[in-house]
Design a binder for this molecule. Structure first.
Ligand code: TMP
Ligand code: ASP
Length: 258
């Protein structure tokens, strides 16, 4: 792939199915979520994600801004997805084109939030009545149906198959990739003095039905605790009104050497 430049954004040239190099041009907005906007491009297989500084919690009930969060999340997610690709996990990442914008593969999102946990925290702590910080014997995978109005209820493999959200084979692939992401991130973060408590992933289907990792991996979607002090370096600082969220996001950015 070669890169051209227009204004601040790099304009990637990507070979299409006929092997012809074409410039990727941002066109109309397709969608605006709580933390990102998605734009169409001149290639039907590609979209551009634009990360915002807007922060929400409790299914959008609490709203705020975390200065430069969009830059940290864009670059951190891209950094991690590039490493995951090398480790054999297919992702939506194609090319970062500015501080906040990335070209990604267009997918149909599987309507599930896949949560992986290593240490008890958050909703699991409440559900099982055990304190935050207790290390689990083995990683837990939880699935939640992605629907803010319903409060993203937890579901299991039977709901997922019976309600046609994903096939059994797709769920097996999603679980396999999620545990591989966990193993990869645990090691990467340990090297920079961070405990990976838990995180949320989303997956999508490409036009040919392949399951790939989509959405983002960032302090918005993970719990990161400093291995020595236990300090929270993620969005819980915003969710729990602890303050210092900008510094926490920047600290994670620095530690990962991005
Ligand atoms: P929980 O303990 O609140 O269920 O959160 C588990 C993980 O999922 C935690 O790392 C934060 C992440 N998460 C999201 O990415 N989006 C959400 O909407 C919620 C509730 C949690
Ligand atoms: N996804 C949540 C929301 O809907 C935010 C969170 O707790 O991460 O507002």
């Amino acid at each position: 792939m070669s890169i051209g430049c227009i204004g601040k954004s790099k304009v990637p040239k990507i070979k299409n199915k006929k092997g012809i190099k074409m410039s990727i041009i941002k066109s109309e907005q397709l969608y605006e979520g709580k933390a990102k906007k998605v734009f169409a491009t001149n290639d039907p297989e590609l979209v551009i994600v634009d990360y915002k500084d807007d922060a929400t919690a409790f299914n959008g009930e609490k709203k705020g801004t975390i200065h430069d969060k969009g830059i940290v999340n864009n670059k951190m997610s891209n950094h991690i997805m590039k490493l995951l690709e090398k480790d054999g996990i297919p992702t939506h990442f194609v090319e970062e084109i500015s501080d906040r914008e990335t070209v990604v593969k267009k997918v149909t999102i599987v309507p599930l939030e896949v949560i992986v946990r290593n240490i008890i925290a958050g909703s699991l702590s409440k559900r099982v009545g055990q304190p935050e910080g207790v290390k689990l014997n083995s990683a837990i995978i939880e699935y939640c149906y992605k629907d803010d109005e319903l409060g993203d209820p937890m579901v299991n493999e039977y709901h997922i198959a019976a309600l046609n959200w994903a096939t059994k084979q797709e769920v097996a692939t999603i679980a396999e990739y999620s545990l591989k992401v966990n193993e990869f991130l645990l090691k990467l973060l340990k090297e920079v003095g961070v405990d990976l408590v838990d995180f949320k992933l989303e997956f999508g289907r490409t036009s040919n039905g392949t399951i790939i990792l989509a959405d983002e991996i960032s302090p918005d979607t993970c719990r990161f605790w400093d291995s020595t002090t236990g300090e929270k370096l993620d969005k819980d600082r915003f969710r729990r009104n602890l303050g210092g969220e900008e510094e926490a996001y920047q600290e994670m950015f620095k530690r990962l050497g991005i």
